[in-house]
Design a protein around this ligand. Structure first.
Ligand code: ATP
Ligand code: MG
Length: 372
């Protein structure tokens, strides 16, 4: 293969795949973001793809020193998820060469993970494969899980991760143990995921603020009844995609209902799994945000976004690669994992048999099942 040149955003060369183009653009964004964060801003103006490496050409902003940029090699390496990064001067530009071994990322299928992690406590959702090769799961009923915030930029894999979690729960709990409510402006009832969880759906999928408000009002009624008397069964999981949009269109009524569920729902068997690109306290309300203990953070644009999403600094979320590359953050624990792809949707795999729950096996809600 001859080197294929690319010019930032403007043009796709004939023999460049869409996937490669997406990667070039996202790596360029990452590099620019990290340099901006480190106060040595530069623009990625283009580069080339060779069999061994991808080269990004940087044009430093006026005032940015070339040596300052060179000193940020390690930061750039983290931003693009590769240890093997070289920086060289080429005329007025700086060339950043990233080894292509990063492309061979392993995909993780939900069905395979569910087979490996077949004996787990009730109401345990499969998240994916942790960095050290063990299935990562979250037990909803545990206090350090309870409710889940999934945050990240577009394409980070939030929707697929939430769907994998719901599918893994529905595969193990019968409808009399678990009900699902979905609020998603984009999800149609004939979608494969929606059809797969049909038996567990308590209400039609809510697409707009009006039906979402009504659904949340009902969940709050259930909570009020259960607080006075009644067991927390069936547990109910409310899955919300595009949470910040819902908070904006639905206003205080929606935010208040969600905040109440997040504050008091867990003991009544009510759980939230919410996805958003905008996880700031301003966008979703500070009290709601503070009461979502487990945060699953995918690729974000900057250090600041990483901190906003995770709620704590130093998780490294700004260096994630997108498409299912996540960190799970609860309290002070940070676990990097590749999210499970919801492949149980394909008819050949079919529905998994319900598993007997082994409750009380685990001390913590976030568990790494020992690899077998
Ligand atoms: N776990 C995964 N493994 C492999 N690829 C994935 C995974 N998750 C997502 N992807 C890839 O990334 C694409 C975007 O995923 P998804 O729609 O879940 O992103 P999103 O974060 O919900 O984006 P948006 O904010 O725009 O809704 C998918 O179509 C798929 O190609
Ligand atoms: Mg999405």
């Amino acid at each position: 293969m001859n080197p294929v040149p690319f010019i930032r955003v403007h043009r796709i060369e004939a023999d460049m795949s869409r996937r490669m183009m997406t990667r070039l653009n996202s790596d360029s964004d990452q590099i620019e973001a990290v340099l901006r964060d480190r106060k040595a801003p530069a623009t990625v103006v283009g580069g080339k793809v060779t069999p061994g490496f991808v080269e990004y050409l940087l044009r430093p902003y006026p005032g940015t020193k070339v040596n300052a940029l060179k000193a940020l090699r390690a930061d750039i390496a983290l931003a693009v998820g590769s240890e093997d990064v070289r920086i060289a001067q080429q005329g007025g530009h700086l060339a950043v060469q990233v080894s292509r071994e990063v492309e061979t990322r392993r995909r993780v299928r939900l069905s395979a993970l569910m087979e490996r992690a077949s004996k787990v406590a009730d109401y345990t959702a499969v998240l994916g494969l942790s960095e050290d090769g063990a299935p990562l799961m979250a037990r909803l009923s545990a206090p350090e899980v309870g409710h889940v915030l999934i945050a990240g930029a577009t394409g980070s894999g939030k929707t697929l991760l939430a769907q994998s979690m719901i599918l893994s729960l529905c595969a193990r709990q019968r409808p009399r143990q678990l009900g699902i409510i979905v609020i998603d402006p984009k999800l149609r009832a004939d979608n494969a995921f929606a059809r797969h969880i049909e038996e567990h759906l308590l209400l039609p999928i809510a697409h707009d603020a009006t039906s979402a408000t009504e659904a949340l009002r009902r969940v709050c009624d259930v909570m009020d009844r259960r607080i006075i008397d009644g067991p927390p069964v069936p547990r109910i999981v409310v899955m919300i995609d595009e949470l910040a949009d819902l908070c904006m269109t639905g206003g205080p009524v929606v935010v208040d209902a969600l905040t109440r569920i997040a504050q008091r729902g867990r003991e009544s068997g009510l759980h939230l799994i919410v996805c958003t690109q905008k996880p700031s306290a301003k966008a979703i309300g500070p009290l709601l945000k503070a009461n979502l203990p487990l945060r699953l953070v995918g690729k974000v644009a900057s250090l600041e976004d990483a901190r906003t999403a995770a709620g704590v600094p130093g998780t490294g979320a700004e260096r994630l690669n997108g498409r299912g590359d996540f960190v799970a953050v609860t309290g002070s624990r940070v676990i990097r994992f590749q999210a499970a792809e919801p492949d149980v949707l394909t008819p050949s795999v079919g529905r998994l048999p319900a598993q007997p729950g082994l409750t009380g096996l685990y001390g913590s809600g976030l568990e790494l099942q020992a690899a077998r």
